[in-house]
Ligand binder design. Structure first.
Ligand SMILES: [Mn+2]
Length: 416
């Protein structure tokens, strides 16, 4: 059965600016990750006996610092040539024609589609046609698909396109178009790029973002890779995402509910990291650890951030897999009992604490209090349809938060 592999956003040799700021960061391993992921992509193409590899833009991160980036790609493309895999790629905003001017002649199995007008490549023996156009400059504002040709009747038609669609959070709105426009074009598969999260936008026809090949920072978490697309002489049959990343980014949230000491914190973090590294497999796990929830060690953790970070790093060393802690964030809250204790003080702070406690015990008084705050009353009224039937109420946690925030702010004001 014929197969094509659809990848995008390789950002080969992305410089990962700012890593030096992180003490102990495995800088070399992180910087080599985009090359390692490309190696895995090549291995996948060969193992799957893929006929065609499609790259939907941002193959490169920007202009090459030197020619080693281009040479690395040439060498991997030559391996694909030996394995009989043809490659079709287009430029995205990062490797737009105006932005990446350095050039090396690629092996003959590699075909770059024009950035001036849509082009089509026909693979007769596969009954497959690939249509696409690259970015002439980074900020493409028009809908490129308007000039894409009509599908070739009787063939499997694939559109290769770098686009933000109607807009995707965190991604520049380049080459905007709508799902309806893509569907109406009548192709069998839209091989999209630009958005770094994997997404099957539609299945009839298939409109797919493979996501980037390798996460580059803590906002690009989870499995990253490419999509294997199987088809026959008439249609696309199935799509399957395959993880190809060599470094796995993760946000590891640790419930600190049972944490009373720094040792407890270390235990809880270690257990959470073991789970996260199991999901990452053999890869290096690059983790941001966040301790959350009310806990007895709140003051201890907050008092000395460096000690908290060292506690988390020490816990990571006790995981039997490669883990690097990108950052440790303490977002715990004090236990209610401690709050009550801190409120037993004289003066305005004590008075405020008791006022809030009184509101907690008296729903009617709380309702009157809220009614006196027009903004809050209005907000609760708007939230009511979301919360379902019944009267809108101030959640208990809002009182806790308000109390903690007020006491903390006022204590700061009182101290020199
Ligand atoms: Mn892009």
């Amino acid at each position: 059965m014929p197969k094509l592999i659809h990848a995008a956003d390789l950002h080969l040799d992305s410089p990962l600016v700012g890593l030096e700021r992180y003490e102990g960061a495995p800088v070399g391993e992180l910087r080599r990750a985009t090359r390692g992921a490309l190696d895995r992509l090549v291995e996948l193409c060969i193992a799957e006996r893929a006929d065609v590899l499609l790259v939907a833009g941002d193959l490169f991160d920007g202009s090459w610092r030197d020619y080693s980036t281009g040479l690395f790609l040439c060498e991997r493309m030559a391996r694909l040539r030996e394995a009989g895999v043809r490659v079709v790629w287009i430029r995205g905003n990062h490797d737009a024609a105006s932005r990446l001017r350095k050039h090396l002649r690629m092996p003959e199995n590699v075909r770059e589609l024009s950035h001036e007008r849509p082009e089509s490549v026909r693979f007769e023996e596969l009954n497959l046609v690939v249509h696409g156009q690259g970015f002439p400059e980074a900020a493409v504002k028009e809908d490129l698909t308007r000039r894409y040709p009509a599908p070739i009747a009787g063939a499997v038609n694939v559109g290769l396109l770098h686009t933000a669609l109607e807009g995707r959070e965190g991604h520049a709105p380049y080459a905007p178009c709508t799902l309806t426009t893509l569907v109406d074009r009548g192709y069998d598969y839209w091989a999209l790029g630009h958005v770094h999260a994997h997404e099957v936008v539609s299945r009839a026809p298939f409109v797919v973002y493979p996501g980037n090949l390798q996460g580059r920072h803590v906002k690009e978490t989870g499995a990253k890779g490419a999509v294997v697309v199987s088809f026959d002489s008439a249609r696309v049959l199935e799509v399957e995402h395959r993880a190809l990343d060599v470094v796995r980014w993760a946000r590891v949230s640790v419930d600190a509910g049972a944490v009373a000491t720094l040792d407890d914190a270390g235990d809880a973090v270690q257990r959470a990291l073991v789970r996260a590294s199991e999901q990452a497999g053999e890869r290096l796990l690059a983790a941001r650890v966040e301790l959350v929830g009310p806990c007895a060690a709140h003051a201890l953790l907050k008092a000395d951030p460096e000690r908290a970070l060292s506690t988390v790093r020490a816990a990571a060393l006790d995981v039997d897999a490669p883990v690097w802690i990108e950052r440790a964030v303490v977002n715990t809250r004090p236990l209610l009992g401690e709050l009550a204790a801190t409120a037993v003080v004289t003066g305005p702070l004590g008075e405020l604490g008791r006022e809030i406690e009184a509101l907690r015990g008296d729903p009617a008084e709380l309702a009157r209090f809220v009614a006196d705050l027009p903004g809050l009353a209005e907000l609760l009224r708007k939230l009511r349809p979301l919360a379902g039937e019944g009267p809108a109420q101030v959640p208990e946690t809002v009182l806790d938060d308000a109390r903690e925030l007020l006491l903390a702010r006022l204590s700061e004001l009182g101290s020199p």
